[in-house]
Design a protein around this ligand. Structure first.
Ligand SMILES: Cc1cc2nc3c(=O)[nH]c(=O)nc-3n(C[C@H](O)[C@H](O)[C@H](O)COP(=O)(O)OP(=O)(O)OC[C@H]3O[C@@H](n4cnc5c(N)ncnc54)[C@H](O)[C@@H]3O)c2cc1C
Length: 305
């Protein structure tokens, strides 16, 4: 990794922004995961291209993360370079009913900005604790809302050559928790959203109602990565897990939440291998009880210890 660190410093990354052996538990909401060889906090689109070149020169793989709220990093950590696109790249500007947002802005921040600007369409997403970059990759959604309904354009950087690439209209390829940007493996830098004019007070009330509903239903008091499994066709993962009698099932400190069976929570000192073992157990018991195979919604990264 010395070569990578040298290339990053030569490319003008300030040494204090390069974190060697970065503990991924600190950068994910599940609070588990071994170290990344090197992590850098990115602060501009130009810097992404520079970091890509440095990683290529050092011959190491590159992983992109946002707020780490949909990630399960294995206990052995992540080899190569992790680029974190978050707060330093989070500007939001407004032009009529259109918002231009840098990829590292969080959904609560973007939804708050839209509400104050009298623009509606983001209230359902206001409680999703991820960046807008992660949200467009995942086509995140809740309470009947989804990124696909509001995103009109995504600007990104291709990993292959570090060049800009734009996705618009049908090319965005949104589907349930899926997008063309995910398939293309690009790095999202900017997102354009088209919203609908509305009354700021009414938007604030709707947002608060949905945040309260979330707090009542979800185990927000424990670290997690949100819903562990995708919604299978014609069914609900949480209901299938509950019906199979798995609420409270525990391996180590990983537990199927007592409050919401769709969440696996970290009771304190869970490891990624506890969580993976619990996921496998839930999948096999739900399959036996219902004939349905649950697919992970969380993105699993890294190596075993
Ligand atoms: C308590 C809780 C509640 C949640 N509720 C919901 C919900 O209601 N609905 C929902 O859909 N999700 C929910 N989630 C999951 C998660 O918040 C979303 O999927 C979110 O959009 C992920 O964003 P992130 O920045 O955290 O991405 P990360 O978890 O960091 O990454 C997710 C994926 O996106 C990629 N990625 C991230 N940023 C970029 C970028 N700039 N360019 C390219 N790729 C990128 C990563 O490589 C990874 O594959 C919840 C999670 C938690 C912890």
């Amino acid at each position: 990794m010395d070569t990578l660190i040298k290339s990053l410093v030569q490319a003008n990354f300030a040494p204090e922004r390069i974190i060697p052996r970065a503990p991924m538990a600190r950068f994910t909401t599940f609070r588990v995961g071994g170290p990344a060889d090197v992590l850098v906090n990115i602060d501009s689109a130009a810097e992404i291209s520079v970091a890509l070149r440095a990683a290529r020169a050092a011959g190491v793989p590159v992983t992109i993360i946002g707020n780490g709220s949909n990630l399960l990093v294995r206990d052995g950590g992540i080899r190569g370079l992790v680029m974190r696109i978050s707060q330093p790249m989070s500007a939001i500007t407004c032009e009529g009913d259109t918002l231009h947002v840098q990829a590292g802005a969080t959904l609560p921040a973007v939804a708050g900005f839209a509400q104050r600007s009298g623009l509606e369409g983001l209230a359902p997403m206001a409680g999703i604790p991820g960046t807008i970059g992660g949200a467009v990759i995942m086509n995140a959604g809740a309470y009947g809302g989804e990124m696909s309904q509001v995103v009109t354009r995504v600007d990104a950087i291709a990993r292959s050559d570090g060049k800009p690439i734009r996705f618009e209209g049908r090319a965005l390829g949104f589907a349930y928790r899926h997008s063309a940007m995910m398939d293309a493996g690009v790095i999202v830098t900017d997102v354009t959203l088209r919203l609908t004019p509305g009354d700021p007070d009414a938007i604030a009330r709707r947002t608060e109602e949905l945040l309260v509903a979330r707090r009542e239903k979800q185990p927000l008091e424990y670290p997690s990565a949100g819903s562990t499994f995708k919604r299978p066709e014609g069914a609900f993962a949480a209901k299938l897990i509950d019906d199979a009698g798995l609420k409270g099932l525990r391996i180590g400190d990983a537990q199927v939440s007592e409050k919401h069976a769709g969440f696996i929570v970290n009771l304190g000192s869970a490891t990624a291998s506890d969580i993976l073992a619990l996921m496998a157990e839930v999948q096999s018991r739900v399959l036996a009880a219902s004939g349905i195979t649950l697919e992970p919604e969380v993105r699993i990264l890294g190596e075993d210890a």
